[in-house]
Design a protein around this ligand. Structure first.
Ligand code: FES
Length: 219
């Protein structure tokens, strides 16, 4: 035997509460449409989806931003960035080039009076040379006793394939396609030298003219 039960009608209080709730929803909807008639009503599903994607976007931006912030180079002090290379007072004019291994560079105070073939080429002042050979990348040493073509006053001489360069890094011999590359030099008022090792210029016969002067540079 199947029995059915008649639904119990809501109490007057419950019915009145439902009516009040409906009135309130209708009023809110009308209010929204009045404020922005062109804007469709935001359904609950769309609201949740929009919140989800917004949250995901914020999380991704935060993660990527953190990674970029971590990887961004700051205060790089070595090869590839600004490299402190002492003071101009410590680099006598015409002396042998001075090596800064961590900066991968040679610093030389060219003396225009050093007119020998392996000398300054007429340049005067500080010149920073990248020690990487333009041929295949070997580190080029300064050889103070090497005699090239009758000039025994010292040369840059690559040990790999014997490319040979003057004190100003000008190529005179060997398979290197050009002279030694130069780096940008900055000198402050007190004579402190900073070599911008990331700012390099292909070497050329004009290397001597790239030397920079300074009032405190020994003459
Ligand atoms: S790498 Fe210097 S001459 Fe070849």
């Amino acid at each position: 035997m199947v029995t059915t039960s008649t639904p119990t009608p809501p109490s007057p209080e419950t019915a009145a509460w439902h009516e009040a709730l409906d009135r309130r929803r209708t009023a809110e909807r009308a209010d929204r449409l009045e404020r922005d008639p062109g804007q469709p009503e935001l359904s609950r599903r769309r609201f949740i989806a929009r919140s989800f994607w917004t949250g995901l976007g914020v999380a991704l931006v935060g993660t990527l931003g953190g990674a970029v912030d971590y990887l961004y180079p700051r205060n790089v002090r070595g090869f590839g960035g600004p490299f402190p290379a002492g003071n101009v007072a410590d680099i006598p004019r015409g002396a042998a080039p001075r090596e800064f291994r961590n900066g991968q560079l040679w610093l030389v105070n060219l003396d225009p009076a050093e007119t020998r073939p392996g000398g300054s080429g007429g340049g005067a002042g500080l010149l920073a040379l990248w020690r990487r050979c333009p041929h295949l990348g070997c580190a080029v040493p300064w050889n103070p006793t090497f005699d090239f073509d009758g000039d025994g006053g010292g040369w840059f001489r690559c040990p790999c394939h014997q490319s040979t360069y003057t004190k100003a890094g000008v190529r005179v011999h060997g398979p290197a396609p050009r002279s030694m590359d130069t780096m940008l030099i900055e000198i402050d008022e007190a004579g402190a030298i900073t070599v911008q090792t990331g700012e390099r210029q292909n070497g050329g016969d004009d290397n001597p003219s790239r030397a920079v002067g300074h009032p405190l540079l020994p003459t």
